[in-house]
Design a protein around this ligand. Structure first.
Ligand SMILES: Nc1ncnc2c1ncn2[C@@H]1O[C@H](COP(=O)(O)OP(=O)(O)OP(=O)(O)O)[C@@H](O)[C@H]1O
Ligand SMILES: [Mg+2]
Length: 136
């Protein structure tokens, strides 16, 4: 079921609510076009998990780790064309049984990501509107 967000704050709030249902080891895949609001949603989720560091797009690496009430990892696989030829340990540096993980642009690695707890799809719906679908 898709819901409508009309502002970045509302998208963050969707992330916050989603975070409440997550346990260590869970991974959330976050899809959507450029600028859809993937990082914005992850930011809200990270806040709810107790992360106080600024949550921005990882730029020079595929991911970033944050210390919240539980360890949190945020990956952006935009530049990965596919996992072939990549070090299979690449994701394991970030995703493990203690960590709650969020993966933007997951198609390069999915299937192949374990313990996917939810899939989020964000679609532009005109101006500041976004349609957000969370599938568990
Ligand atoms: N309803 C909304 N929800 C989320 N972001 C919104 C909304 N309305 C406007 N925005 C703006 O859209 C942009 C979303 O940026 P964000 O970095 O979250 O997107 P992204 O999907 O992670 O992009 P990228 O593909 O580059 O990683 C921000 O500038 C934000 O302020
Ligand atoms: Mg992003």
């Amino acid at each position: 079921m898709a819901e409508l967000s009309e502002s970045p704050a509302q998208t963050e709030a969707v992330g916050e609510r989603l975070a409440a249902s997550l346990e260590p080891g869970d991974v959330v895949l976050v899809s959507g076009e450029l600028g859809a609001g993937k990082t914005t949603l992850v930011r809200g989720a990270c806040r709810a998990l107790g992360v106080t560091d600024p949550v921005t797009s990882p730029t020079f690496t595929i991911g970033q780790r944050y210390a919240g009430r539980v360890p949190v990892a945020h990956l952006d696989l935009y530049r990965l064309e596919g996992m072939e030829g990549e070090d299979p340990g690449l994701l394991e540096d970030y995703l493990d049984a203690e960590t709650i993980g969020f993966v933007e642009w997951p198609q390069a690695a999915d299937p192949g990501i374990e313990r996917v707890r939810a899939r989020v799809e964000i679609r532009h719906a005109g101006g500041d509107r976004r349609e957000i679908e969370v599938r568990r």
